[in-house]
Design a protein around this ligand. Structure first.
Ligand code: ATP
Ligand code: MG
Length: 404
């Protein structure tokens, strides 16, 4: 018997991906009911630029999902990414309210509110998620959960994940265009993490890298909580562009070369000599060795920026669970070997796991965000996002106020 179901949508630049999942009584793993995808339109570097076009792409993806599953979708949980995603940490201090100085739940939430009030640089941004990292009672006792402790002053340190207000407004417009309710907006790196990381990895320290087409998103976890987040404006489409320029060929041909022959650090067979004594050529004209070099050069740049991120947040070489690579760009054979070398961390390519039903349909790192968004919806214990609302909720009303 079905207990609950949800639809997750990843608004990607290259493609919009929609997945339906359900939980069934007596089964621990969520079941994949089906998927639908469409060519990304109206989305630039992960951010909706033209809501009408993006709305069409959403309609097509959801239409394909409905056709393949026979279900009718009312609303969706949406992963949004792009350069507008960022994080900020802030502190908030309150006086403990009870006469006997015991910290209550209300004190804890007031301390979180105070930290929100202390946030700087919030112009044109909206808070998507808040994670209380630690509480301090009277400036000395540190606790994850301060309720029941005794003291006079309570301070909360909170991590906020924010998005550009404009991106959210455009997302609302695009989903309106597609006639789908947004039930929840999730920062896409958090959604991807939900699909591919386990609690132990997040506890001991892990970096997730989502190599999309035009962006690469990085999120670090430590002690079970997000630690930092950054969206780099480069992805696998940049590799395609480099191949097109390097071989003076079209983008279509370059994409085919990348998908069919692109690889890194692979133990390859010795180059076959052609009749003219040339090296191993593909499509009769392109050197496989040069192809690998072009791909490696661009990925090197991306991993260098990821390493900079690790250094900036003093986590270089410190993440016991290493790096998990997701996104369509993680499909290049041998990418984990390059990541391991460059980041000096254990590296693995990750894809949505622990699923039942038509799980083969999402067995690709590119499906992590869509699957994670749907799984977060099923996860009743998750209350990290204030926006679980639908057309009547606070996010919706708040955003509506800005629309003409
Ligand atoms: N088998 C493959 N080998 C190499 N690259 C691949 C493969 N499959 C997909 N890609 C690349 O992955 C990219 C698409 O990945 P993904 O679907 O994660 O992007 P997106 O989410 O739409 O984009 P973004 O996250 O930048 O908004 C494309 O650039 C595509 O060329
Ligand atoms: Mg993406």
């Amino acid at each position: 018997m079905r207990q609950s179901g949800a639809i997750g949508i990843d608004l990607g630049t290259d493609s919009v991906k929609a997945v339906a999942v359900e939980t069934v009584l007596g089964e621990s793993a969520a079941r994949v009911i089906g998927v639908g995808a469409s060519l990304g339109k109206g989305i630039r570097k992960g951010t909706i630029a033209e809501p009408e076009e993006a709305g069409q792409a959403i309609k097509e993806a959801v239409g394909a999902l409905e056709k393949s599953t026979g279900i009718k979708s009312r609303g969706a949980h949406v992963g949004i990414g792009g350069a507008g995603l960022a994080f900020q940490k802030s502190k908030g201090l309150v006086a403990v309210s009870r006469a006997d100085s015991e910290v209550t739940k209300e004190d804890a939430s007031r301390a979180v509110q105070a930290s929100e009030a202390n946030l700087s640089r919030l112009q044109n941004k909206e808070i998507l998620h808040k994670f209380p990292i630690v509480y301090r009672v009277d400036n000395e006792v540190l606790a994850r959960d301060p309720v029941g402790l005794v003291g006079v002053r309570l301070e909360a340190e909170v991590l906020f994940i924010t998005a550009f207000s404009q991106s959210l407004k455009n997302a609302i417009k695009a989903f309106d265009e597609a006639d789908i309710n947004i039930e929840e907006v999730i920062a896409s790196p958090l959604a991807a993490a939900k699909a591919v990381l386990d609690e132990r990895e997040k506890e001991v320290g892990v970096m997730l890298m989502d190599i999309g087409s035009t962006t690469t998103s990085i999120i670090l976890f430590e002690e079970g909580l997000p630690y930092s987040l950054e969206v780099l404006p480069f992805g696998s489409a940049n590799i395609t562009h480099d191949i097109a320029t390097g071989f003076r060929t079209t983008l279509e041909e370059a994409e085919k070369l990348k998908i069919n022959y692109g690889s890194l650090r692979q133990e390859s067979a010795p180059p076959k000599k052609t009749a003219r004594g040339g090296e191993d050529l593909v499509y009769g004209a392109y050197s496989k060795k040069k192809l690998s070099e072009i791909i490696e050069a661009r990925l090197d740049d991306i991993f260098e920026l990821a390493e900079k991120h690790l250094k900036k947040y003093e986590r270089a070489g410190l993440l016991a669970s290493g790096v998990a690579l997701v996104g369509g760009g993680a499909n290049l054979p041998g990418i984990e070997i390059l990541a391991k070398e460059r980041l000096k961390l254990h590296a693995r390519v990750a894809e949505p796991e622990n699923l039942g039903g038509f799980k083969e349909k999402v067995k690709n790192p590119a499906w992590s965000v869509a699957v994670g968004a749907a799984l977060m919806a099923l996860d009743h214990n998750s209350n990290t996002s204030p926006f679980f609302r639908g057309r009547t909720g606070s996010l919706f009303h708040w955003l509506r106020a800005f629309l003409p």
